[in-house]
Design a protein around this ligand. Structure first.
Ligand code: SAM
Length: 208
């Protein structure tokens, strides 16, 4: 049996994202450089489902790009929820905002321009949901910066945690950082986790 098509089968048998997100994907591919940075349906629907189940009042995203994952998280959040997104690309922020303005969930999202580690230093209050999806060489730094801000019982989701398999034979700085973070989390008494082989890897972490 050829198991290579199982990913496609899972995508096919996952319910569709809203039309606005399908349009956002198409426009990202037509208008933006490196459109494959966008996480896509499997991760987006997972984020929406986890957000719907956990009902976060305050969420944080590190690496927003054109807003696909942000809108997916916001879709599951309560009406008065707030999602703060860190992003260094002003064009991506401008692009994303045009879709936030058209979404019934867009008013929950606040994009902040600048390097995430600088932005995080200025953030006040606690978060109950966080999604890490920016530059991989800073993954460990993002985790350590975010953890004190996350409430007990709060969820941290780390995307691309398998980094296209490079974690098995880390060579580049980014491979080393992602692998270090996965290894640290597996031993980290401050949290519990499950590391899933979904798409490019999703590490789900709950703070004690
Ligand atoms: C993989 S993309 C994010 C994809 C998005 N989460 C989604 O699912 O569609 C990573 C984003 O992180 C941004 N980024 C890179 N370095 C950053 C930094 N130091 N602080 C904040 N954002 C950063 C990039 O500009 C890029 O848009």
């Amino acid at each position: 049996m050829d198991l290579n098509h199982l990913d496609d089968y899972c995508i096919e048998t996952t319910q569709s994202e809203p039309d606005l997100l399908i349009e956002l994907v198409e426009k990202t591919y037509s208008d933006m450089g490196y459109p494959n940075k966008l996480s896509g349906k499997t991760i987006g629907r997972t984020l929406k489902l986890l957000s719907k189940v956990t009902q976060p009042k305050r969420a944080l995203e590190i690496g927003m790009f054109t807003g696909y994952s942000a809108l997916s998280i916001a879709e599951g959040m309560p009406e008065d929820g707030e999602l703060i997104c860190c992003e260094t690309n002003p064009r991506a922020i401008e692009f994303a905002q045009t879709f936030f303005d058209r979404s019934p969930h867009g008013q929950k999202i606040k994009a902040i321009f600048g390097p995430a580690l600088e932005t995080i230093k200025e953030l006040k209050g606690e978060f109950d949901f966080a999604f890490i999806d920016a530059d991989k060489r800073n993954y460990l730094n993002y985790y350590e910066a975010i953890l004190p801000l996350v409430k007990s019982g709060g969820l941290i989701i780390i995307d691309n945690s398998l980094w296209q398999g490079r974690v098995l034979d880390p060579k580049e700085n980014s491979d080393i950082a992602v692998n270090q973070l996965n290894r640290l989390i597996a031993q980290d008494k401050r949290v519990e986790n499950v590391h899933l082989n979904v798409r490019d890897g999703l590490n789900l972490v709950v703070k004690h």
